[in-house]
Design a protein around this ligand. Structure first.
Ligand code: OOG
Ligand code: MG
Length: 262
């Protein structure tokens, strides 16, 4: 049974998301000594609340897996969270700004998993062997904390800032690529703002999925066939404004776009 304080943290963060309201971080308000284990417990409760409301999990996601993100956020430890079906936006679609708090966009490579992956001891090569397809994605993160100001455990409890995802339409077999060499650009209104390559993500994006499998194993869980998993942002995230047209281009994987509406 989760303690009252862990329940309070989950309720605090769900309310912030639903009410589209930024809140002061948990380690400043509810529990200054929040541990990693307690933070994932709070995240689990938050995920369960969404499942109870009838939402479905698309897959787990990895975050904070590149130096660009570590430098931007001041937290340099990979984390995971969960993407739900209500978070999906069609490629080329519109993100209503008023649905969110202070959204930022990130370019990521996603993995469609072909076979269960159960840690511990999983390597990037094993992940690739069990990956059906890779596809490009833009993640829209929206920390529930004011100014995206958080510690490692705060952001874990907040479901790793997960908010919306746009998947691209190009699915390719991972064996057709050297994914670490796939170049990516992130543009707003036709101007390239960030650029990088797959290798920015722990040397190879498959390594991020391996880390995930090994983290889940500590709780007796595994990556499941059919899940679509984000491997984490290649570059730092860009703050969005109403009217922005956002494009991520990935060498060999095409383009993913969305517009920011009111
Ligand atoms: C945490 C989420 C990070 C990524 O791809 O690194 C993330 C944050 O920066 O708010 O999704
Ligand atoms: Mg991300």
């Amino acid at each position: 049974m989760a303690s009252e304080i862990i329940k309070k943290i989950a309720d605090y963060l769900v309310a912030a998301e639903v009410e589209k309201r930024e809140v002061v971080k948990v380690t400043k308000t509810i529990k200054p000594d929040l541990t990693v284990e307690e933070a994932y417990k709070a995240q689990e409760l938050l995920v369960q609340k969404k499942l109870d409301e009838g939402h479905r999990i698309v897959g787990p996601k990895m975050g904070l897996t590149s130096r660009a993100k570590w430098d931007q956020m001041g937290v340099s430890e990979p984390i995971y969270g969960y993407v739900f079906d209500y978070m999906l936006i069609d490629n080329g679609g519109v993100l209503p700004f008023s649905d969110l708090i202070h959204p930022k966009a990130e370019a990521e490579i996603a993995f469609l998993i072909g076979e269960d992956i159960e840690g511990p001891g999983i390597t990037g090569a094993q992940v690739l062997a069990k990956t059906e397809y890779v596809l490009p994605a833009l993640e829209i993160i929206d920390s529930r904390y004011e100014n995206f100001n958080f510690t490692h455990t705060d952001v874990i409890a907040d479901n790793a800032s997960t908010s919306r995802v746009v998947f691209g339409n190009t699915l390719r077999k991972p064996s057709e690529f050297e994914l670490e060499l796939v170049g990516a650009t992130l543009s707003i209104n036709g101007q390239i703002k960030e650029l990088g390559a797959g290798a920015a993500v722990l040397g190879h994006p498959a390594n991020a999925i391996a880390v995930l499998a090994n983290m889940l194993a500590r709780k007796g869980e595994k990556i499941k066939k059919g899940e679509i998993i984000l491997s984490g942002a290649i570059t730092s995230a860009l703050l969005l404004r109403v009217g922005d047209f956002v494009s991520g281009k990935f060498d060999g994987l095409g383009e993913v776009t969305f517009s920011v509406g009111e």
